[in-house]
Design a binder for this molecule. Sequence first.
Ligand SMILES: [Zn+2]
Length: 286
Amino acid sequence: MPELPEVETIRRQLAPLVEGRTLRALEISDPRWCEPLPPEALQDALAGRRVERLRRRGKYMLWEAQDDVTLLLHLRMTGTLLYDAPEGTPYRRVRFALDDGHALSFHDPRRFGTGELAVGAEALRDFLDARLGVEPLGPDFTTERLRIEARGRRAPVKAFLLDQRRVAGVGNIYADEALFRARIHPLTPAGRLKRAQLAALHDAVRIVLNAGIDAGGSTIDDFRHADGVRGSFQDDFLVHTRQGEPCPVCGDEIVKLVAAGRGTYVCQSCQRPPRGARVRSRRAAL
Ligand SMILES: [Zn+2]
C-alpha cells in the first residue's frame, strides 16, 4: 500500500507536469471511485479549471484548482497515477486530460482508491482535520507533540503510528522500520513510552520517511512511479518482510508477529517486548 514516501514520490514527479495546466476533461470509467458523488459532479467542478498546486497531506494527494476547488486523491491499496500511460494499460479507472495534450490516468486493480472533492478553503480544512493528524515531515511534528498524542493511550505503539488521525502518512512498512530503528517493540503501549523513546521514535519516523522518498518509495505490490518506474526502498528494509533473516544490528533472527492486525517484523533482542506481551507475540509468530 502506498504510504507517505510513495505518494510524495508521485507528487514530486507530477507537480511540474500538472501545475499551471488546465484540466480539459475527466473521464471517469468507474463511478465507485468518487462515490457518493456522481462522476458528473467531479467533471463539472474540475473540467476547465487550472491546477494551481499539487500538494500532499498524509497519504492524500491534493489537486488544488482555481477557485479553491480541490480534488483529494487517495491511492489506497493498489492505486497508481501514470503520466501518458500507453493506451490499453489495465485497470484504468480515471483519465485526466490536460490542455497541453498530455494525460494522467489512475490505475487501480483492487479499486479501493478514491477521488473526493472539497469546494472552498473551509471545506478542505474540515476534510483534512477530520481525518489526519500531524504531518510527520512538517514543522509541527516534534517529540513534545508525539508525547501529547501518545499520552494515556493503551494501544500498541504500532497501532498508534498507523492511526492517521495521530501521525498522518505512516503505514505498515515505515512503522516497522521506524520502531526497529528506535528500538521500540511494536506492542509497547503508546502511552508507556519514555521521553527518550519518544525522541528516538520521532527521529526514526523522519529518517525512514526521508529515506523512502530518497529511494523513490518502496515496491512490494504494484507501486509504480508516474513514469512506470518502481521504487527501490524495499532493498533497504532492515526488518520489514525480513523474517528468518539475521537482525542487521545484533544478528538475532527477525520474527514476524501480528500487531494492530498487521504483519509486523521485529528483532525481539533489539526491541524488547513489553511485560505481558511476550507470550502473545510468540504465539502470533507461529
Ligand atoms: Zn537485533
